[in-house]
Design a protein around this ligand. Sequence first.
Ligand code: NAD
Length: 486
Amino acid sequence: MLIEGQLADAENGEKFNVANPATQEIVDSVPKGTREDAKRAIDAATEAYKIWSEKPSIERSRVLLKISEVVRANVEGLALSLTLEQGKPLGEARSEINSFANTCEYYAGLIGRERGAQTPFSTGEGFFIVTKRPLGVVGAILPWNFPVSLMGWKVAPGLAAGNTFVVKPASTTPITDIKVAELMVKAGLPPGTVNVVTGPGGVVGEELLDNPKVAKIAFTGETATGRRIMEGSAKYIKRLTLELGGSDPMIVCDDADLELAVEGAAWGRFRNCGQSCTSVKRLFLFESIAEGFIKSFAEKVKTIKVGNGLEKGIHMGPIHTEEQREKVESMVEDAESRGAKDIVKGGRPEDKELARGNFYVPSVLGDVDYDAKIAREECFGPALPIFVVKDLEEAIERANDTPYGLGSSVWTKDVERAYHAAERIQAGTTWVNSPPIARAEVPFGGFKQSGFGRELGIEGLDHYYETKSIQILEYGKGKKWAFPIS
Ligand code: NAD
């Protein structure tokens, strides 16, 4: 763990192992943090807040820039560490580390460049100004699918705004986050400004919810855990950003560039082994192009090479945990039992070399019942249901028939059609002719049960501030406020 800038063990000395999902070999062990450890980190962040929040924004900006440089300089080592604990291919791991650096760079550039104004009261006796104050200590609770970039989505804007952090990584992916936090201190971040406490969500995470010194929880994870975070935060009315699950629709219209859309669907569903919150999880095809699209897409999917992410030429690593693989399998079986046809038959690979890992060959299903689990719940792995629709209105109606509302995409050359769909799909983002790519400058977040609050962009910075209004009366104009009121 990293507390007050120092590597630390749990107070009781306990540890737990982190396994490589491609081989089940132990990568390393990390401290099994307790509530006491979490308290220690919260106290360190509380002390550090007094210093960090008072630093001029230009200094915070310089530290963030330095962090991005140092992280970039260490990209190879960090990417290797990430692949070993998470499973994703090295190329994807590199891009995740670089995305952390990009986010730091973006907020380093944004902070200190804001402009404001003073506004006169409508009644004329003075004016008001609106200022922004940081919140205090933030608890950042992270998932395992993008352990590093999602830490960046929280700490970069939060630090830019003057907050300090206790980060709780997912139990299966804590190692690279600790390494990144160490580099942040090396880059000049004062000790205690970002702390990392490893350990079970039900222990370390619960302390972050229960402790009155934590002002905000920034959470990314499943919708069910998000509900618990909301309940646990109610006692002290903590500020919340919740980035939860998704079941993103991709709509391919009859005028789309099909070659591009086939690539987009493969990228969108199979990057990170299908374990992205904004992975394409339901594909809707217009009737007239369905047959041709399915043929090309099936050919493309069959070329996906599954294996250990450390090896050259691998396109897709393992599913992160065995439990997760079983969930994907049961969703595919459920769809098949309701009459779905295998367009590409997926499942556990036959290759004996891969037997020890949680590998899963991509599965593509047609004729899927709309009541199948894979159509109704979040499928967090490399299996894709395809639905054929008659027109855009049906596609939009089906796309919205879910409790989720995170991402979505529409593929068409007709700008009016794209705009019409984007305005009607109930989701935080609609990509037009693009797979789901998050960008530091674009606000990101969910509608409906995919959460609330926004990360990234100017909006992402705003979620790390309290808005304060200062009302100022002009001298001599306050006389009419004499009491009692006549
Ligand atoms: P998860 O909800 O199981 O765990 C997330 C974190 O919460 C972990 O660190 C876990 O230890 C912690 N936690 C568990 N119980 C807790 C408790 N009682 N109190 C406090 N913390 C607790 O999620 P996961 O399986 O790691 O991640 C996958 C999920 O994340 C998917 O649903 C995916 O869609 C979602 N996700 C969403 C976004 C987004 O931006 N909307 C991005 C990535 C992933």
